[in-house]
Design a protein around this ligand. Structure first.
Ligand code: PHE
Length: 332
């Protein structure tokens, strides 16, 4: 084959390829054009390349050089067409997204969980009464959860069926009273703290129980503290948390770490409700943390936060609080 014939064929192919690429209106037709001209097996460029073998020997170098140039030009034309198509797609997407006449999507604003809201308010109330906030770990050792709180090894409250043990001597705390010990171990009296947080007990979930719940613990240690201080403080607390017409009632009870001990009930808008336990800190507890019970006395209380929260909002089943259903949580 003469060189001129080969070159004419090459040039015609280049022109046709460019026209086909430019005419392709979408990704599918561009791909079809690519296969037609650049296809590795039977593309038209491949066919022309075979003609290279028939070119006269002396013309081969020139023909080969020209072939490579045309090949690169066709590839470049394809890439340019592909690039144009991508930009066109992006541009039309942006045009839709920025259409100022499309109705907006309202942002859903989150809010604090009702339990968190309650905790924040209780901290605020107790802060005004002079109590600062202390924290303790949820994974506790038996010293802080039991021994130091005057709960001896044989006590039924330590039974594996009543607690979530993680290892011997290590458990998910069953009460926030652990924080009393942690604070007293670190500080000298006077002490005036609250601690809010999760506690764990293997209770079957029902309308008023859940295996995880929250308590607010209070501890006040000073000289000459009496039960009257405890009661008046709890009344102030309940009035701030609910309303002025709240009543507080103490019923005799028993806790190993307080003596005397009471159950704290509250009545508001009819009906008494159990809030938790309280009492005067047992001398054994004071001794366990190195305080002199002859010099210092104090009171402690532990109240259930779910109950406070439920009572305030009229929630009748505390399980609702932990279902993570925003339709429910959104109301508070
Ligand atoms: N820790 C007790 C409980 O969980 C409550 C309590 C706290 C009682 C402080 C007395 C003093 O039931």
């Amino acid at each position: 084959m003469a060189l001129s014939e080969f070159l004419t064929e090459l040039d015609a192919l280049a022109a046709q390829a460019k026209t086909a690429f430019d005419a392709a209106r979408d990704a599918a037709s561009l791909e079809a054009a690519r296969v037609e001209f650049l296809g590795a097996r039977s593309g038209r460029l491949k066919t022309v390349q075979k003609g290279l073998g028939q070119v006269d020997k002396t013309d081969k170098p020139a023909a080969g050089k020209r072939f490579n140039e045309v090949k690169q030009a066709i590839e470049a034309a394809f890439e340019a067409a592909e690039q144009r198509q991508t930009s066109a797609t992006v541009a039309s997407t942006v045009a839709v997204c920025s259409d100022p006449t499309v109705p907006g999507v309202r942002m859903r604003l989150g809010r604090l969980h009702p339990i968190t809201q309650t905790i924040e308010e209780l901290k605020e109330i107790m802060g005004r009464l002079g109590f600062s906030v202390a924290e303790g770990p949820e994974v506790e050792d038996s010293w802080h959860n039991f021994e130091a709180l005057n709960i001896p090894p044989e006590h039924p409250a330590r039974d594996p069926l009543e607690n979530f043990y993680l290892a011997p001597g290590l458990l998910l705390r069953s009460q926030t009273s652990t924080v009393q010990i942690r604070v007293m171990e670190k500080t000298k009296p006077p002490v005036r703290i609250i601690s809010c947080g999760r506690v764990y007990r293997p209770d079957t979930a029902d309308a008023t129980h859940y295996p995880m719940f929250h308590q607010i613990e209070g501890l006040l240690i000073d000289r000459g503290v009496t039960m009257a201080d405890l009661k008046s403080m709890l009344r102030l607390f309940a009035r701030s948390a609910f309303a002025d017409d709240v009543h507080i009632r103490f019923r005799p009870s028993f806790f190993p770490f307080t003596e005397p001990s009471v159950e704290v009930d509250m009545s508001w808008q009819g009906g008494w409700m159990e809030m938790g336990g309280a009492g005067m800190v047992d001398p054994n507890v004071l001794r366990a943390v190195g305080y002199d019970p002859e010099e210092y006395t104090g009171f402690a209380f532990g109240l259930g936060i779910e109950r406070i929260c439920a009572r305030r909002h009229g929630i009748t089943d505390i399980r609702e609080l932990f279902k993570n259903d925003v339709r429910f949580l959104h109301q508070f």
